[in-house]
Design a protein around this ligand. Structure first.
Ligand code: SF4
Length: 247
């Protein structure tokens, strides 16, 4: 199928279950599809579905060098449970060394621009490399995670013209945890300590009940600034569409 033919299925897929979306697109895209997992609760659900359905979809994650120990423990536990490797991509060490020499080890607290530069070096560039062999990738975005995600569709084009597949857009947080509990999935133990959305350790904190799921991320910035910018063109940040914030 051509890319356009796949994208034209949006209305059809919008009413399908996450399992049906994954199965159908895996069949249509074959080796062109990859799953980008940040080990979040939603990603654990997708990982389980891929495994349960027996889909031959490779999985990768990004190690920024600033993750929580609990996240590394979860990578380990997930690989063991499913007997499936998660390919780990790291930032280029020269770029990290240069950034730290210029801006310090905690540059992200100094300004939004420096924070975005850190995300670029530690996440965007490795993401660009990880996605290079593929024409489509799967993400765990949900519409109710953030204002910037309210318009997310099942199928989108990222800044590089790749198809981005969001099988859980209609799921609520409750749906995610019901699934995790039903199938006894491994999950990040920080969730039990009030962490809802988990990224890098210095940029993530626990939230109190009632706070928005994303309020623990880059909490010192305004909502408009909270663009990780996880869509890239030729390794550079592209900000065409705020809805594409991915992590
Ligand atoms: Fe850097 Fe924070 Fe972005 Fe991680 S989340 S890459 S530590 S700015």
């Amino acid at each position: 199928m051509t890319q356009n033919e796949i994208l034209e299925q949006e209305d059809f897929l919008a009413n399908k279950s996450a399992e049906e979306i994954l199965s159908l697109l895996s069949e249509q895209l074959g080796k062109d599809i990859v799953f980008a997992s940040s080990l979040g609760a939603e990603d654990q659900v997708i990982f389980d579905m891929i495994s349960r359905l027996g889909l031959d979809i490779p999985v990768f994650t990004l190690d920024t060098g600033r993750l929580f120990q609990e996240t590394y423990d979860l990578i380990d536990a997930t690989e063991k449970k499913y007997n499936k490797k998660i390919k780990v991509f790291f930032p280029k060490h020269e770029a990290v060394e240069e950034m730290i020499a210029e801006d310090g080890v905690n540059s992200f607290y100094k300004s939004a621009e420096l924070r975005k530069n850190c995300c670029h070096v530690r996440k965007l560039e490795p993401l660009s490399r990880a996605l290079k062999p593929y024409n489509a990738w799967i993400c765990g975005l949900r519409r109710d995670q953030a204002e910037t995600r309210s318009g997310v569709k099942v199928l989108e084009l990222d800044g590089n013209g790749r198809i981005k597949i969001n099988p859980l857009i209609n799921w609520t947080e409750e749906d995610v945890w019901n699934y995790i509990n039903k199938y006894d999935l491994p999950y990040n133990k920080l969730h039990d300590k009030g962490f809802l959305s988990i990224g890098c350790a210095p940029c993530t904190r626990a939230v109190v009940p009632g706070e928005h799921v994303r309020s623990g991320r880059w909490w010192w910035e305004t909502p408009e600034q909270k663009e990780c910018g996880l869509h890239v063109v030729d390794g550079k940040i592209v900000r065409k569409n705020k809805d594409n914030n991915n992590e």
